[in-house]
Design a protein around this ligand. Sequence first.
Ligand code: FAD
Length: 293
Amino acid sequence: MRIPDIMKRRMSFSFEVFPPKEDKPLEPLLAALEELYKFNPDFISCTYGAGGTNVGRNLEVLRSIKNRGETIPVTHFTCVGNSREDIRRQLDEYLSIGVDHLLALRGDLPANNMGTGGDFSYANELIAFIRAHYGDRFAIAIGAYPEKHVEAKNLAEDIAHLRIKQDAGADFIMTQLCFDTEGFKRWMDRIRRAGVRIPVNAGVMPVTNKDSVIRMALSRNGCSIPRHLAEIISRYWDDPVGFREAGIEYTVRQIGELICEGIDGLHIYALNRHETIEEIVRKSGIQANPKGL
Ligand code: FAD
């Protein structure tokens, strides 16, 4: 069964991993994946390096997930540095190894300010291209930003662009990290009122390390740090063990609130670490999904 069909029946549950650098071994990630399979995820997605970096490793990871046969592999894919020809070659390669789900992204722009350096400037163009050349052979996810994409002038404009991606043929949404659950709920209301009807898979970043939380929120994504999380950061500034404990509690509470909100999917950024995930899944009371449902 394809992910959009699973999401129509019940909340999907998934993880995200990233490929190791070219000079690092793959084995630690393969070992972490073995642990993640035990939670019976509906899919595991693997990031794609912007500008073609680390693409070989992305394929290796996806091939391994596919061959293991425990879950659906989903690749991220970007327009950065990719011509139409490059895109066709890579998508053909994904299909040849049995990967037929992808998250279609524009990608972060290189620092030279010269656009994507590929044939497409925005994700909606990539989606239209995939639909034109591959029909329904791929299930297509799109990225979305509950607090707005950093480059967008305002949330209304960003949601209008999200609608364009849906109308170009996307099947479901995968959201950027968002520590602000109340903001997430308001965004859900706004996208539904704007005619965005496809299922929403909410991305949750585990809160385990003070510096990573600050970096991930502010370095690139422009995400807010809500008052309660700010207090945890202040209280445990010099106490990583205390921070981790309070952070996991924050994450578990956020997951509970998102599930109550009626999200169609829960996607945990596993960051290639299974120990934290195990604790979060156990404390959240998330049930493993029976196979084949
Ligand atoms: P788009 O939807 O194209 O939007 C980019 C900006 O342009 C937005 O501000 C939007 O409002 C605006 N816009 C959109 N369409 C139009 C239009 N037609 N005309 C004018 N303006 C428009 N990056 C990676 O490199 N590798 C990854 O693996 C990766 N994984 C990600 C996973 C998730 C779940 C998410 C949410 C993001 C991920 N990213 C990844 C980051 C992503 O590539 C960046 O956030 C990028 O800057 C935007 O990509 P997008 O597909 O959302 O862009």
